[in-house]
Design a protein around this ligand. Sequence first.
Ligand SMILES: [Zn+2]
Ligand SMILES: [Zn+2]
Length: 269
Amino acid sequence: MLKYSSSKEWFEIIKYKDYLYVIRERLDEIDPRFYTTYTNLYLLIGAHSALLIDTGCGLFPLKSIIEDLILDKILLVINTHSHFDHVCGNHEFDNIMIHRRERRLISKPRDIAFLRDSPKEIIKRYENSGFIIPPTKEIQPVTDNQVLELGGLSVKIIHTPGHSPGSISLLTDKNELFTGDTAHYGMMYLTKAAFPIFLTSIIKLLELCEESNKIEIYPSHEEFAVGKDLLVNLSNGVKNIEHIWDTRKRDDFLEAWLLSDENFKYLIF
Ligand SMILES: [Zn+2]
Ligand SMILES: [Zn+2]
C-alpha cells in the first residue's frame, strides 16, 4: 500500500489569508537526499484573476485542486525558476510564465532519472512518464519589474538571479514577498561562481524590506511567513562561507559540497 494515493492526500492546503493559500508538498517523501522537507506552492486570489506560483513535483494532479479554490476566476501560472521541484506540474496548464533566461529549460522534455534510486516508493509514479518532465505547452517570458494585476491585488516580478539565472521573486502590493529558492531556511543550493550575483539579489530584496517594514517573506521551501531576518542571516552566512570552507563535506548524490552554520545548510556546486 502506498502512503499517498490521491491529490487530496498528497497536497496539504492551508488557507493562510483570505486571498492567499499555501499548497505544500513533502519533498523528503520524494527523495530525502535533497535534505529538504517541504516545497511550498502559493495561490494568490484577486477579484478577477488568480496567480499560482510554481506547479511542484507533478506526482499528483494539481489543476483540479486549484480550480476548486478559484472557481470561475482567470488562472495565471508562473514558475519562480525551472528546477524540477517547481515545474513538474506545468503540463497540466495551458500557459506558464517564467523569466526569459529559463524559458528554454521548460520548453523541452527533461530527464529526472536521478530520482530512480530514491529510497521512497512514491517515485514509482514517475514511471508513467518514463522519468521525463513533459515540456511546457505555451510559455510567456516575464521581465524584471513587470506587474500582474489580479483585481484589487497586484504582484510585481523581481529578477533575483543567483540560485539560478532566471530566478524571480514576487512582491504583492499587500507586502507579501515570495522568494522562490533565492531565500529560505534549511538547505540552500548555491553555485560558488554565482555568489556575487546571489548577494546582489539578496541586497535588492533587503532594500525592498527597508522601503516597507511590513514585508513578510514566503519562500518556496520550509517555513513561510518569516521576517527579513532570513535575508540578513543569509547574506551574512554566504559572505562567511569562505571562512568555514575547511569544514565542507562531499555529497556524492548531489555532487556538491555540504556546509552548515547556525542558521542554514548549504550545498555548494
Ligand atoms: Zn531551485
Ligand atoms: Zn526548490
